[in-house]
Design a protein around this ligand. Sequence first.
Ligand SMILES: [Zn+2]
Length: 225
Amino acid sequence: MVFGGSVLGEMTSNVSDQRLWFSARPVGYRRNAILIYEATEGGAGVLSRIVQEPGKLAEIARAALDLMHYDNVESAIAARNPELLISRPEAHCVKGCYRCLLSYYNQPDHELIDRTDRDACIVLLQLAASTVDQTARELNASVAATDWLRTFAEWHLPMPSTEPLKVDGHVIPLVWRELRVAAITAEYPAEIAAKLEEMAFSVCLLPSVPPSEPLPYLAELLGVS
Ligand SMILES: [Zn+2]
């Protein structure tokens, strides 16, 4: 499933400069996850609201179905049945248009985008009937990692692997598995860095706040310097 960046940005906020960006992960053929990060410097708080407000994700999914030119959305959600979605004929949109799913940024995926895709509609209907439930620990880790993901994107570094690494019960979200690189903050116990190095990872220690300039050591490890 592919979302247009502008679509979710508009859905989650009435302010045009509060944008979320999306990348289907992993890069390549089998893309089965969506990485979401905030594009604005310092973050607009949109992403943390999705995580913190249990009904926010459902609201976004409803707005997505509306933007995809569907009526009868509430009945379709109640029955989780995509056949109940009624396409608005006046939209004059077949698979996608620049008013719904297409954007300049998802041009490489335009061939794949289809607002009538049954599986995509089912996922949105399920999300529209869902609530978000997070533990405090996961929330803190995900919010901190999100700051860094936005920074990596600004620095034009490759994005970390979708799946975090677990070391001695600690979740390490910022890992590049194929490059054997991990980035951790000083909040992790010292032995975690040693453990990662034992696992043949090069470890970059991150400062507590992302700096404005790219970290040379990390860029070098990721082959971008
Ligand atoms: Zn359209």
